[in-house]
Design a protein around this ligand. Structure first.
Ligand code: PGA
Length: 248
């Protein structure tokens, strides 16, 4: 699975050109899911552009409540109306700039699930937490946001994106071996609650994924794909990353 996180970047014109360029070179394989997550205001545009294409649509955030007095927020039911199938939840930029807590992130995951959207839960430690040797403690806490879903609804689909904060937006991707260790730990952690769900769980890596490091990352047994920021805004790079999966 490859997920493009466009963050707060784009315009009507640029989005159209990017999607057209991606679709021109995209070779679909039914066992690979490719999801584009534009800024929410462009979801209707992307819904139209992706119609009849194999690319799927996702949002970057969802409200923690079903509807009501939450100025500026967007409900899961609204995302669903614009053909979203996925939603990023708890991205580190939202944890940092919107002060999202694990409790809110849990509520967002439940909202998404309730409206038949698959939450892509983003987790990851900061550089400071890593140097203090707290990586597993931090991600264990962040993972609690999906545990009720995995425990109480064993068939609920969730995707985990491990994104070490220090690797996002830098040139410093984590090494494939480091990522594999963490992904393996995540799968074991989930397996304690639900063995079959852990086996089928999609665990993505995010943080400076580029065409030149993607293949080694995706070759690892517990890395099931990538959450891609900057490189997803350049059709050549994005297609290059997707072909790293298809050529494995
Ligand atoms: P990056 O961003 O690929 O630009 O490092 C990844 C992300 O924030 O999801």
């Amino acid at each position: 699975m490859i997920v493009a996180n466009w963050k707060m970047i784009g315009s009507l014109q640029a989005n159209m050109e990017l999607v057209q360029a991606i679709l021109k070179h995209y070779r679909h394989r039914s066992n690979i899911r490719c999801v584009l997550c534009p800024p929410s205001i462009y979801l209707p545009q992307l819904q139209a552009l992706l119609k009849h294409s194999p690319l799927l649509l996702g949002a970057q955030n969802v409200s923690e409540i079903a509807q009501g007095a939450r100025t500026g927020e967007i409900a899961a039911s609204m995302l669903k109306e614009f053909a979203c199938q996925y939603v990023l939840v708890g991205h580190s930029e939202r944890r940092q700039y919107a002060a999202e807590t694990d409790e809110q992130i849990l509520a967002k995951c439940l909202q998404a699930h309730h409206h038949d959207l698959t939450p892509i839960l983003c987790i990851g430690e900061t550089l400071e937490q890593r140097t203090q040797g707290r990586t597993f403690e931090v991600i264990a806490k962040q993972l609690t946001s999906v545990l009720p879903l995995i425990k109480n609804e064993p068939t609920a689909e969730v995707v985990i994106a491990y994104e070490p904060v220090w690797a996002i937006g830098t040139k410093m991707a984590a090494s494939p071996e480091e990522v594999q260790t963490v992904h393996h730990w995540i799968r074991q952690h989930i397996a304690q609650l639900n063995g079959p769900a852990a086996q089928n769980l999609t665990i993505l890596y995010g943080g400076s994924v580029q065409p030149d490091n993607a293949k080694a990352l995706f070759a690892m047994p517990d890395i099931d794909g990538g959450l891609v920021g900057r490189a997803s805004l350049h059709a050549d790079d994005f297609i290059g990353i997707i072909s790293c999966i298809t050529s494995l």
